[in-house]
Design a binder for this molecule. Structure first.
Ligand code: 5AD
Ligand code: FES
Length: 365
């Protein structure tokens, strides 16, 4: 059955929601290996065995939102809030450029005030100018107006990541306070597309109450949205959050099964979407040390090494046991480079690494 579905996908046929659900439900070791091998073959054929580095700058943990799962939610009083100044963000981006990373991702909690919007616009322009537009600039700064997205785009950002988190409206409503709107999130994804970004979205998997059918629908959503980039990762409880308080820390068995689900989502997404960029989320490594390499072996082709100054790292704790919080940027570069070479892949140094999907999409317009 599973092998038939994989064969159907290999022939280029569209998979139904039931078939995607069947792939996500695989537990037999032989079938699992067939699934992962199939995804790796699709990856090799469509995007190559190259891992692209995106230097992740976590520039502020100040957040106006209050998502029930997230460690930096507004109501968490145990977080010491920080905001990097423009100079610091610029320095970290230049570090990534000199370390030959093809792009940087500037991420923070969500803020819409004018001072923050202006600061981001200035720093994006500075990074763009100082690197002659050679480094890709990705933003991951939450929901904004179309005007703000346009200003940041004009300053030099070309990619934007905004996870939908889940496409099941009932589940979305359970994960967020009432004033966090799924419609607004969807509208933001449209705004990003209209303003000319390469758009990335994704979900968390292993959320309480989430079913395999939900995850299968999430993958079909990514396909229907015609996204260029996918960023998704396992949900990991954070003890200072309303959801995390209810869940004791994961046992080893729970970590293994959360990792397996995360890898299956990557594999099936690769098989269904084919030529997009898919990130091996840092959260995979919170479950097992080699989680991110395993993500690459299952179809992911992007890794986001942290380039945030070490002092800030422990304060940007979205979930418990986040890896690399004691390390510095050079250590992460060396560590990940060795691990990727170790699985027989090359690193796309100095390459922006646009998804082939994006290039095809723009040349078809
Ligand atoms: N576990 C895993 N991922 C999380 N995120 C936030 N909180 C958690 C958590 N507890 C993810 C969300 C968000 C991204 C920046 O981090 O998906 O979009
Ligand atoms: Fe800020 Fe969730 S509370 S991203």
């Amino acid at each position: 059955m599973v092998l038939d579905i994989l064969e159907k996908a290999r022939m280029g046929d569209e998979l139904s929601v039931e078939e995607i659900e069947a792939l996500l439900s695989v537990s037999d070791e032989t079938e699992l290996k067939a699934l992962f091998d199939c995804a790796y073959a699709v990856k090799e054929a469509h995007v190559g065995k190259v891992a692209y580095f995106r230097g992740l700058i976590e520039c502020s943990n100040i957040c106006m939102k209050d998502c029930y799962y997230c460690g930096i939610r507004k109501s968490n009083k145990n977080v010491e809030r920080f905001l990097m100044d423009e100079e610091e963000i610029f320095r970290e981006a230049v570090w990534a450029y000199e370390a030959e990373y093809g792009s940087v991702v500037i991420q923070s909690g969500e803020r819409q005030d004018a001072a923050y919007v202006d600061m981001i616009e200035r720093v994006v322009k500075r990074i763009h100018d100082a690197t002659n537009g050679e480094i890709g600039i990705t933003l991951s700064l939450g929901e904004q107006t179309e005007e703000v997205y346009r200003r940041w785009r004009e300053a030099g950002a070309t990619r934007y990541l905004l996870r939908i988190e889940t496409t099941n409206p009932e589940l979305y409503a359970k994960l967020h306070p009432k004033d966090h709107s799924m419609e607004e999130r969807l509208e933001c994804l449209q705004r990003l597309r209209r303003t000319g970004y390469q758009v990335g979205t994704g979900v968390m998997m292993g959320l309480p109450g989430q079913t395999m059918r939900d995850l299968a629908n999430d993958i079909l959503f990514l396909k229907a949205m015609d996204v260029d980039m996918v960023g998704m990762g396992p949900y990991i409880p954070h003890s200072d959050t309303p959801m995390g308080e209810e869940i004791p820390p994961y046992s080893d068995a729970q970590k293994t099964s959360a990792l397996k689900l995360g890898l299956k989502m990557i594999a099936v997404t690769r098989i269904v979407l084919k030529d997009v960029n898919i990130a091996a989320a840092t959260a995979l490594q919170a479950l097992e040390y080699t989680g991110r390499e395993q993500g690459l072996k299952c179809g992911a082709n992007v890794i986001m090494p942290n380039v945030t100054e070490t002092d800030f790292r422990p304060k940007y704790q979205l979930y418990d046991n986040k890896p690399c919080t004691d390390e510095n940027s050079s250590m992460c570069r060396g560590c990940l480079s060795g691990r990727i070479t170790g699985i027989g892949e090359t690193i796309g140094f100095n390459k922006k690494g646009d998804a082939p999907h994006y290039r095809k999409r723009v040349s078809a317009d």
